[in-house]
Design a protein around this ligand. Sequence first.
Ligand code: FES
Ligand SMILES: [Fe+2]
Length: 382
Amino acid sequence: MADPAGTNTLQALVDELRTGCERSFGDAHAMPPGVYTSPDFLALEERDIFAQEWQCVGRASALKAAGDYLTARIGEQPIVVLRDEDMQLKAMSNVCLHRMSVLLEGRGNVRRIVCPYHAWNYSLDGALKGAPLMDRQAGFCKESYKLPQIRCEEWQGWIYVTLNQSAPPVHTQLAKLNELIDAYGMSNYIETFHEEHVWNTNWKILAENFMESYHLPMLHRATVGPHSRLEEMECPPGYPAFNYHWITKEASLPIGNAHPSNTRLTGHWRKTTALLAIYPTHLITLTPGYFWYLVLQPQGVGKVHIRFGGGLAPEFIADPEANAHMATLKQLLDEVNAEDRRGVEAVFRGVHAPLARPGQLSHLERPNYDFARYLAGKIGAH
Ligand code: FES
Ligand SMILES: [Fe+2]
């Protein structure tokens, strides 16, 4: 962004995105290709979105015991989220206070956080407890070291973190979503699997793919496509912090419908699936019996890191048959995801084309229109 020509190009791209977003939904178009390919645009996203917003890093049910932890990044900041001695969720910088090595990797359980470099070690609240041989240095004061704490909140069983001290609480931002999906009782859904992947596409192309079910009959023609009924899909306008749509599907597996002992959901809700896109990067498929999700993180413009997990509603957890159904479902999800991967990687190749032009959106892509307007509202706002 140092050279003036580059700045002008970036400003022209932001203006193009904004102008596009001023169209009414009836004449809405896809976003300009540059938003998916420009490293300068990604730098704006990092500054105005990823450094500002709450981001999901996983499911609280994955951290059951004291010392259970998971690691993640917010932009360039490695973080660790753990269950402390008092069973509270805590998020901290995952960078050693000595010569700044990253501390923990992946997921696991620790009683102390021990640095893999020189073994400085920290309690679960981040206080430095040990630093080998440092007592020979007169100026060293162990008590003055504590890992920087990071804001961490739990919402509906999800762990959210942010580096922004002034971001309004998650439950405030998602109050409307709480109302919409209250009856599912998502807080109590239990994660049964979690994986991490990297795909060769821009993070927004994958997010947008999740937001619309218009592609189901074609892209997923070999799997779930034939069971999808586009005419039964409902895509209401979104809200400032999220968009959503509803689909009803003939559940091929009993876990897609509410369990007989589920008294929270009534009528058509017992077979309705909610597709939730919580900005910027948290995508949830919530059914009466199970859920699965993606959490995205850009790795440059052309790669996206994906946390992919899912699990069961509490009524199904104890049921061995449900767990077998979940295994069947996981196989299907893997096939569907492979189709989506081909789809979104093909779009990423397409948006580089000199002749690429954004076309009009269908009525089933209302969430994409809302997502574009969310981006246009955030980019350049700080
Ligand atoms: S960098 Fe962590 S102990 Fe040296
Ligand atoms: Fe898909």
